[in-house]
Design a protein around this ligand. Structure first.
Ligand code: Z5A
Length: 205
C-alpha cells in the first residue's frame, strides 16, 4: 500500500533537475514530511554500480537492448529496496529521473519501440507511477551550455545534438499524453521563476 507521494524530475541534461531537487527537498521538510531523495539510474548499491557501467565512456560498446535492460534492472532494484518501502511507510520520494527518461532517451533517442518499453515498465513497476512529474524543458542548446561547465562528459552527454532533440520531442509528446501527471516547467526562466512554478505544483499535491 502506498501512503507517501512519489515525485520525479525529468528533462534534458543541464536543465536544473539536480539544483531543484534540493529546493523541493527543503520545501517538503519544512512542511514536516519525511523525504527520501534518490536518482535513476541508481539509488541502491547495486543500482549505482549499474549506473557506473551505463555512464562510462571506456570499454566494451553497450548495445541499445543491453542499455534498456540494465536501466530496468537498476529500476527493479531501486523500487524494491528504496522506493516502495519508503512510500509504504508514508515518506515522500523525490527521484532525479525515472521511467519517463527511458521513454525519452531509449525510446526517442535510441529508437526502441514504445511497446517494448511499456512491457518492461509493466513487468517491473506493476501499478507504481509517480504522483507528480516535473519536466524541465528548454532548447537543447541551453542545457548543453549549462552542462558544459562541468569536467568530463559521460556516455549519454557525448551524444550528438540530434539525439537530444529526439529526447526532447519524446518528453514533450509524453507530457502531452499524460498532462494530468507531467507538468512542464520552462527551464529557460530564472531560477527564482522556476522555483515559484515548482512550489505552485507542489501545493496542488
Ligand atoms: N538515462 C537514460 O538514458 N534512461 C533512463 O531511463 C534514465 C537515465 C533514468 C544520467 O542522468 C543519464 O542517464 C542521463 C540520461 C540517462 N544522461 N543525460 N544526458 P543524470 O540525471 O544523472 O544526468 P544529467 O541529465 O546529465 O543531469 P545534469 O546534467 O546533472 O542536469 P540537471 O541536473 O538537470 O542540471 P543541474 O546540474 O541542476 O544544472 C546545471 C547547471 O545549470 C548548474 O550549474 C545550475 O546551477 C545551472 N542552472 C540550473 N537551473 C538554472 C536556471 N534556471 N538558470 C540559470 N542556471 C541554472
Amino acid at each position: 500500500m502506498k501512503q507517501g507521494k512519489f515525485i520525479t524530475l525529468e528533462g534534458g541534461e543541464g536543465l536544473g533537475k539536480t539544483t531543484n531537487l534540493a529546493f523541493i527537498q527543503h520545501f517538503l521538510i519544512e512542511q514536516g514530511r519525511e523525504v527520501v531523495v534518490t536518482r535513476e539510474p541508481g539509488g541502491t548499491v547495486l543500482a549505482e554500480k549499474l549506473r557506473a557501467l551505463l555512464l562510462e565512456t571506456q570499454g566494451e560498446l553497450i548495445s541499445d537492448k543491453t542499455e534498456l535492460l540494465l536501466l530496468f534492472a537498476a529500476r527493479a532494484q531501486h523500487i524494491h529496496n528504496v522506493i516502495q518501502p519508503a512510500l509504504t511507510r508514508g515518506a515522500w520520494v523525490l527521484s532525479d529521473r525515472f521511467t519517463d527518461a527511458t521513454y525519452a532517451y531509449q525510446g526517442g533517442g535510441r529508437g526502441i519501440d514504445v511497446a517494448t518499453i511499456a512491457w518492461l515498465e509493466q513487468f517491473v513497476q506493476a501499478s507504481l507511477q509517480p504522483d507528480l512529474t516535473l519536466l524541465f524543458d528548454a532548447p537543447v542548446e541551453l542545457g548543453m551550455q549549462r552542462a558544459k561547465k562541468r569536467a568530463a562528459l559521460d556516455r549519454f552527454e557525448s551524444e550528438q545534438q540530434a539525439f537530444f532533440r529526439h529526447v526532447r520531442a519524446a518528453y514533450l509528446e509524453r507530457a502531452q499524453q499524460q498532462s494530468e501527471r507531467i507538468k512542464l516547467i520552462d527551464a529557460s526562466q530564472s531560477l527564482a521563476a522556476v522555483q515559484l512554478r515548482i512550489q505552485q505544483w507542489l501545493e496542488t499535491l
